[in-house]
Design a protein around this ligand. Sequence first.
Ligand code: NAD
Length: 358
Amino acid sequence: MEKHIAVIPGDGIGPEIVNQALKVLDAVGAKYAHTFTYEEVDMGGVAIDKWGEPLPQAMLEKCLASDSVLLGAVGGPKWDTLPGDRRPEKGLLALRKAMGLYSNLRPAKLWPQLREASPLKDAIVEQGIDFVVVRELIGGVYFGQHRTETVHGQQVATDVMPYSEEEIRRIGHIAFQAARKRRGKVTSVDKANVLDTSRLWRKVMHQLQAEYPDVTYQDMLVDNAAMQIVRCPSQFDVIVTENMFGDILSDEASMVTGSIGMIPSSSLGEGTRGLYEPIHGSAPDIAGQDKANPIGTILSAAMMLLYSFDLPQEAAAVEQAVAQVLGDGLRTGDSMAPGCTLVSCSQMGDAIAARIGS
Ligand code: NAD
């Protein structure tokens, strides 16, 4: 297989962590006879410095012409004082919009080797945590009408939460398809006892359920879901939910697994081209010191192999290589524990790539 990947190193630790992910992709290519070619794209602060804007059109076009996009992180104190429309994050929002990325997948997986990093009790953690939150990304209350007006002498604010059947159906398909590549279970989270948008959400999900008879399905109210994630996270495989509920639940889900440097994400739209990035930012406090944890970015590349290129064996090989280095006690500073060996960002990348080749 030949795939052309647009690579956005970005700012801060971005270039360091992205380089490690490319090492790992090269090792996958060598072992499984695939060719991955890379094209570097300037986005964020680096693009502002070089081109005067966070995502120049020529850079966006490189992403749109690629098979998939890998991103490190953007932003940093140097650009914090710029006006809103010229900030590094604007580039990321413009990219998501231009690529039509309406679904965000964020796995919550607790590595047994990092069990102590979870704030949950041992009895809960021992059952395992391995699920993914599929969040609708460009609809709902964040994109509805917002207004504040004065009524009878006091301010009244209103945020509108619209959802169309089609917006629900397309994110539903992503969730059911993700479940087929995992353990075959979808939990749809809504607030159907109160909200019209949730009642429509539930109706459309039930229609979709008939198209995926091999997938187990359940509805869950969002308040219950928030409790169940900390009470019994092992029950979940794929959680699908609307934008705001997903924003909140995916942060809760990543927290129960521990270190921020370990967590990948993917954003997908129509077709197979996606945007893959770790959930953390550009960590300016450790940038340029070869200290960052590259595993979130490496696991983002594994998600690309699975969801964009349909290479489950190769994706699993990356996850296994990560498990092996953790099992061997290698740790970057953020997840260092007694008895483990401290390694740099690049040493961690080398170690994971070497285990793929072995
Ligand atoms: P951050 O995630 O960059 O850092 C928070 C803390 O976690 C820091 O102490 C940092 O050193 C640590 N950390 C983060 N990733 C790490 C890794 N891989 N390995 C080891 N330690 C890691 O969040 P922040 O400090 O709030 O934001 C810094 C900049 O990143 C800001 O400009 C922000 O706007 C930007 N940001 C970008 C994205 C993105 O590109 N998607 C996301 C969030 C924040």
